[in-house]
Design a protein around this ligand. Structure first.
Ligand code: T1G
Length: 708
């Protein structure tokens, strides 16, 4: 009768064990079976109480995200309807929370009268990360359990609570003993309730969520003031306001009416472009690790010891990632003072984490003890993985890899942290190109999640698979890239920044260009970003391309001028802007330079609309991404979106550049590119070439970007 549920009786208790692998996502079939089991237990006079638990699986990870947008999601019993039925149980129901209770999973637990959790369980409402709100009673029941203010904080943060915090908040009633069976503890709890003739559903501690237990009512403008205080941070995201509106309904309406209001608000968010974008990224993240030809049966190379060459900012940050998960690291430098400086910086980074309570002093010392400094390549001989983070010069890297080829043991993985250079060329310096791979960390390497894993033509599959697994183990989001100049992220950054610089010559100001981009939701405008990263970094990245760029004398000319003046941006106190401490202000000399250069280059200056800035920067970014997909450098559009949302501050609620292009309409992007190709004369001819794949997709009437 049941395929996704284990239904059994333990004397007077009905045990409903959810067993839909891998995380008991509440798809239609599981909802049907939960309803059937609930009705069976309710109708059985021998049953006095019910237990719902995850059978050898996490309790429940929420609604089935794969059903969103599909009829199955609302097919009866829809989750809200099912949970209203459970919450009206005439018999006490105990949710035994093991592993995870997330989103609809936590709502399922809240629809039971009582909750017991295992100590290592995690509970929370991550819906906000999907551009949603808890849509099956969470915004109505949680405030009645913990009060409106705490409910708002928990739902808006999307954070997961450990079981103890959930107990302290009143979300769970009991913790099971660490050594006890959760199910046994839940049964004992249920029998205790029966022994006390406890009600099927106890009265809520915050029957009026807007009134604190002290009796103090929420300020009349609490919700409006809260929204106003967060408006800048929310950057136009709509879900947070939905959450506030739902919790406000919980304060103002009876439960049944509040649940209806919640459904209205949820349905609106479900259809929003922002939620579709965030759900796209959810699945893209899970796709990114899947590479054709690699499956779980492929043996990986054991990584028991790592070596990092270069103890600078990148090398030190990279080394921290491995020490953080208990892997010993040899950090190699050429000079003692550079090595000591690098180790001291690592210690300082850990001390900052410790001050923030993210690390105990003992953990700090344990991690430092895993980091061994060295000035001798011989210390790398037994490393399983070596990552070089030396100066970004092909000559230097070739020397390093030739040495590694001599020193390292057979089977060691030899990785370069290069951000642009050709991995195949680097591999060619060794007799083991199959062991060579690119691991492009983003600065700061111990913080940024994105890791571009660059596979060379000869990189062995097990080397790639090992790198992907290790990337996840150190908490990164690994995305596979083929070999091209700049891989995925930096290659797309090039035309995007080129347009920004060119627009300055044509009449836009740095502040206007950056504002258009931050208004779209980017963390920083590209000009401010280069002031942060360093105008000198951009200059060096363009150096190998000079011959090609010579066709366009205007190419990043203003950036080159600033470079020659030693104005590298924040690091030199002046670049596109002037920096005084943390203050940033416009630099009138930049405008004068732009005017002069425009005159020299015969560029007609004019006033530039925000729309033009948006279209030229974004369409060139998108076009390059589609070209990268067409060349097979990236495996799928979602990977490209992940690179830009995780590595370059592209707004997640737009889903990444390619998802954003789909929302704008591919036809609009293509016609925009063609329009500027016409409008911008020789410059347009040179740079506004639509990617062939974009033209093919539009010609075929496609609305999604894909190569198949
Ligand atoms: N729905 C469908 N599939 C899910 C899923 C979900 N909720 N959660 C995980 N999966 C799949 C995932 O796609 C992957 O599939 C596999 O499970 C393992 O996941 C009404 C509307 C639970 C912490 O946001 O945070 O409830 O790739 O690789 O690293 O109010 O998955 O193997 O085929 O991530 O151990 C709210 C989302 C939904 C939780 C496990 N719930 N999931 O992490 O494994 S909205 C969430 C996660 C909602 C209600 C609203 C994580 C995880 P495949 P994984 P993991």
């Amino acid at each position: 009768m049941y395929t996704l549920i284990d239904y059994s009786l333990d004397n007077e208790l009905a045990l409903i064990g959810l067993r839909r692998a891998p995380v008991n996502a509440l798809g239609h079939q599981l909802r049907l079976e939960i309803q059937a089991a609930f009705q069976q237990a309710s109708a059985d006079p021998a049953v006095k109480a019910l237990i719902v638990y995850g059978r050898e699986l996490p309790f429940c990870a929420g609604a089935d995200i794969a059903e969103f947008g599909d009829a199955a999601f609302a097919a009866s019993p829809a989750l809200p309807e099912l949970l209203i039925e459970l919450a009206s149980s005439a018999k006490p129901m105990v949710a035994a929370v093991g592993g995870l209770a997330l989103g609809g999973g936590l709502e399922l637990a809240l629809a039971c009268g009582y909750r017991i959790a295992e100590p290592k369980a995690r509970l929370g409402f991550p819906e906000i990360t999907l551009g949603l709100l808890p849509g099956a009673g969470g915004t109505q029941r949680l405030p009645r359990l913990v009060g409106a203010e705490k409910a708002v904080e928990l739902i808006l943060s999307g954070q997961l609570l450990n079981a103890k915090s959930a107990l302290d908040l009143g979300i769970v009633d009991r913790l099971a003993g660490a050594a006890d069976s959760l199910l046994d503890s839940a049964c004992a709890f249920a029998r205790e309730l029966l022994g006390q003739s406890a009600p099927a559903f106890p009265a809520y501690p915050h029957a009026e969520p807007g009134v604190a237990t002290s009796g103090a009512a929420l300020p009349a403008d609490f919700f409006a003031d809260y929204a106003a205080s967060k408006a800048a941070q929310w950057h136009g995201q709509v879900a947070p306001q939905g959450v506030l509106d739902a919790v406000q309904a919980a304060c103002e309406l009876p439960l049944a009416a509040g649940l209806q209001r919640e459904t209205e608000l949820f349905d609106a968010l479900l259809e929003s472009p922002q939620s579709k974008a965030l759900r796209h990224l959810f699945f893209a993240e899970r796709e990114a690790g899947k590479v054709p030809g690699i499956d779980a049966s492929l043996p990986l190379r054991p990584i028991a010891k790592v070596a990092v060459i270069g103890a600078g900012t990148m090398g030190g940050g990279i080394a921290m990632n491995f020490a953080n998960i208990g892997i010993p690291v040899v950090l190699l430098e050429q000079k003692r003072e550079a090595l000591d400086r690098g180790l001291a910086q690592i210690r300082k980074n850990y001390e900052i984490s410790a001050k923030r309570g993210k690390l105990t002093q003992e953990q700090l010392e344990q991690r430092m003890a895993l980091l061994q400094g060295s000035l001798d390549y011989a210390d790398l001989a037994d490393a399983d993985l070596v990552i070089e983070a030396v100066f970004e010069s092909m000559e230097v890297k070739r020397q390093v890899f030739a040495t590694l080829d001599e020193v390292c043991k057979p089977g060691a993985i030899l990785a370069s942290n290069t951000s642009t250079l050709d991995i195949d060329q680097i591999a060619a310096c060794t007799r083991r190109p199959q062991d060579v791979i690119g691991l492009h960390f983003f600065s700061p390497a111990n913080v940024m999640r994105l890791l571009e894993v660059v596979r060379g033509k000869q990189t062995a599959l097990d080397v790639l698979a090992t790198a992907l697994k290790l990337g996840k183990q150190i908490g990164k989001l690994p995305v596979v890239s083929g070999v091209c100049y700049g891989f995925i992220g930096n290659r797309m950054l090039e035309p995007y920044s080129r347009e920004a610089y060119r627009l300055l010559l044509e009449g836009a100001t740095p502040a206007q260009v950056d504002r258009v981009l931050t208004d779209l939701g980017l963390n920083m405008g590209v000009l401010s970003m280069y002031d942060l990263v360093g105008i000198d970094v951009g200059y060096l990245i363009r150096t190998p391309m000079r011959a090609v760029l010579a066709e366009d004398p205007s190419y990043c000319r203003l950036a080159d001028e600033l470079y020659t003046l030693g104005r590298y941006g924040q690091k030199s106190g002046r670049g596109m802007y002037i920096y005084e401490g943390r203050e940033r202000r416009d630099d009138p000399e930049v405008l004068t330079m732009a005017e002069r250069l425009a005159g020299e280059l015969g560029i007609q200056r004019r006033s530039i609309s925000d729309q033009e800035i948006h279209d030229r920067c974004l369409f060139m970014l998108i076009n390059e991404g589609i070209q990268i997909l067409d060349e097979g450098i990236a495996l799928r559009a979602g990977d490209i979106d992940l690179v830009w949302t995780c590595g370059y501050g592209f707004p997640t609620w737009l889903g990444g550049p390619l998802h954003y292009a789909e929302q704008l309409g591919l036809e609009r992007v293509l016609s925009g590119i063609r329009q500027y190709r016409e409008q911008l004369g020789a410059y347009g001819e040179l740079w506004f070439k639509p990617a062939a794949l974009l033209e093919q997709l539009v010609a075929a009437g496609k609305t999604r970007i894909s190569k198949d």
